[in-house]
Design a protein around this ligand. Sequence first.
Ligand code: CMP
Length: 391
Amino acid sequence: MTAGGTSTTDEQSVRQRVFDILEHSRRRDVASRLIDSILILLIVANVVVTIGQFVPEIAAAYGDEIFAFDRLCVALFALEYAGRLWVAPEHLMLRDRSALGARLRFAATPMMVIDALAIVPWLLEVLLPHSELIPLTRLVRVLKLARYSPALATIGRVVAAERRALLACVIILGGVLLATAAIMFAIEGRQQPERLGDMSKAMWWAAAMLAKIGGGETEPVTALGRIVAAITVMLGIFCFALPVAIIGRGFYEEIRRRDFVVTFAMVAHVPLFAKLDAPAIAGLVGLLKARTVTPGTIIVRKGDPGDSMYFIASGTVQVAIEKGAVQLGEGDFFGEMALLYRGPRTATVTALSSTDLLVLDADDFLRLVDQIPSLKRHIEAVAEERTNTVS
Ligand code: CMP
C-alpha cells in the first residue's frame, strides 16, 4: 500500500516536472527553455527543408537526407505530442477530470490538433505514398510556432472573443456584395454582357469595387450604373473598416486584461498586500502598473522630484545611501519618502538584476494610503526607520 502510494506520488512529481518543462515557458527554467529552443529550431528547419523539397535540384541531390530528417522530426514531434498528452491532467482547469477525460479534452484544444496534424504527413505517406499533397501537409508544422508566439496567441484570442461581431461583418459584407452585384447585373447586364452578363461576373465586379482595387476596365456605361458603382465603393470602405475597428478594440481589451492578470500575479509577491481583502486588491491592481527593468537601470535618482513609489515583485535593487549601500528584494518597496515628505528623492536606487516592479503614481499613492490606514502606518514606519539610517 505504502509502496504503491509512493510510486504514484513519484509518478505525479515526474509528471509535474515534465508538465513544467513542456507547458510552462519559464524564463528561469533552463530545461524548459532548452526544450522550447530545440522544438522551435526543429520546426523552422522542417519548414525550410520542406520548401527545399519543392526545388527539383535540391530534392534530387538531398532526397535521402530530407527523408531521414523528416523521419527524425516525426519521431520527435510524436514524442512531444505523447508527452503533452501524458501531462494533460496537471493543467489547472483539467484537474477535476479523470486522467483519461483530461487527456481527451486536452487533445481537442487547437494547439494539440495542430500538433497532431504535424505528425499526419507521415501517416499520409504510409497510406498514399505518392500523393502530391504530402510536402504541402508538412508545411502545417509551421503552425506549431503559434505556441511560442504570444502575439499570435493574442490574435487567436481576439478573433475568438470577437467572433460574433466578426460574423456579423461577414454577413453584412456578403449581403452588400450580393445586393450590389444583383443591382449592377440588372442595370448593365445587357449593355456589358461580357463583363456583367451573369451573376458570377457581376459578383466579381462588386468584390473588386468593394475592395477598392477598382473595377478594371469594367467602368459603368450608364448614369445609374455609375451611381451604383460610387455607392458600392463607399460601402466597401465601411465594410472593411468595421472588422478592423472591432479587432483593434479587441486587442486593446486583451492587452488591458493581460496587464491586469500580470499585475495581479505580481501583487501576490508583495507581503504588504497579502492581508488586504479581495475588493481592496482588485482596486489596487487597477492603480499599479507593471514594469520590468534590466540590471544597471537607475530607477530613482537622488535629488529628483518624486512622482511614484515602487514595490519589488521580483529581483534586487541597490539603494545608495551615505553610509554605503542597502539591498532591497522581493516584497520590499522604495520611493515612498519623497511622496510622504513631499521632498526630493533621498537616494539613488539602481536595479542589480532583472527586476519586476509595481509602480504607484504619487496621486494614487496618497489616495491609497488614505483608504487603507494599515498600509499608511506600515509605510510611514518603514520610511521613519530609513530616515534614521540615512541621517
Ligand atoms: P525616496 O526618497 O522617494 O527615493 C529614494 C528611496 O530610497 C527612498 O524613497 C527610500 O524608499 C529608499 N531609501 C532611502 N534610504 C533608505 C535606507 N536607509 N534603506 C532602505 N531604503 C532607503
